[in-house]
Ligand binder design. Structure first.
Ligand code: DX5
Ligand code: ZN
Length: 221
């Protein structure tokens, strides 16, 4: 549907050609760029920071950039990502000492704010901050790596959050992250997601020099 967003996770892109990779997925119909920030502390992996986000903006990327923070602490990196051109900034509630304050900080920096829930993290903080968030991201893998399998219990959680969002007066995007592929996206959409992160499901089918090499995958999503 027109309101659905495909969000390629650049974690699985070729980092030596990142600008080109991002141009290609956007030209192939992707809607937003999913940007995974890992700190080797909150999660056991180390990836990219504000400099890379800024480099994509300087390269000419105008699509929304969806910064998924897997870092602890959260607050001190928020301003740098806002300055670097982030559109959405999402964080894991257990990584912030003061969730409401972090949400306010993200909004005060001019970005859209969201909370991320791991597969076994309960949703109980949501009810207190629903009026302050623009996105809810449900993890369907444990965070830290691309290429893991979709955890099926995420489907029931999606349905639960979809019902909650539909009772709200303002739009909140419902994003799913981990193990999303052409083969399972219909089922995930039926459970209520409207924003689909896919890393290995998109980037693991490279076809050398063809600038449209991601077309057929993204169009099937
Ligand atoms: C995992 C990241 C995901 C990851 C998804 O911690 O948050 O965004 O890149 O990769 P796939 O789609 O390969 O599961
Ligand atoms: Zn992610």
């Amino acid at each position: 549907a027109a309101s659905d967003f495909i969000a390629p996770s650049i974690l699985s892109a070729d980092f030596a050609k990142l600008g080109e990779e991002v141009d290609n997925v956007l030209a192939s119909g992707a809607d937003i760029v999913h940007f995974d920030v890992m700190d080797n502390h909150y999660v056991p992996n180390l990836t990219i920071g504000p400099l890379v986000c800024e480099a994509l903006r300087k390269h000419g990327v105008t699509a929304p950039i969806d910064v998924h923070l897997m870092v602890k602490p959260v607050d001190r990196i928020v301003g740098d990502f806002a300055a670097a051109g982030a559109t959405y900034i999402t964080f894991h509630p257990e990584a912030s000492e003061h969730i409401d304050r972090t949400l306010q900080l993200i909004k005060s920096e001019g970005c859209k704010a969201g909370l991320v829930f791991n597969p076994a993290t309960p949703l109980d903080t949501l009810e207190y901050v629903l009026d302050k968030i623009d996105m809810i991201l449900l993890m369907s893998v444990n965070p830290g790596f691309g290429g893991q399998g979709f955890i099926p219990s995420a489907l029931a959680k999606l349905q639960q959050v979809r019902e909650l969002i539909d009772t709200m007066g303002h739009p909140i995007r419902l994003e799913i992250d981990g193990g999303v592929k052409v083969e399972n996206i219909a089922e995930i959409k039926a459970a209520g997601a409207d924003t689909f992160v896919s890393g290995s499901g998109i980037f693991s089918k490279p076809n050398a020099a063809d600038p449209h090499r991601y077309d057929s995958i993204i169009k099937q999503m």
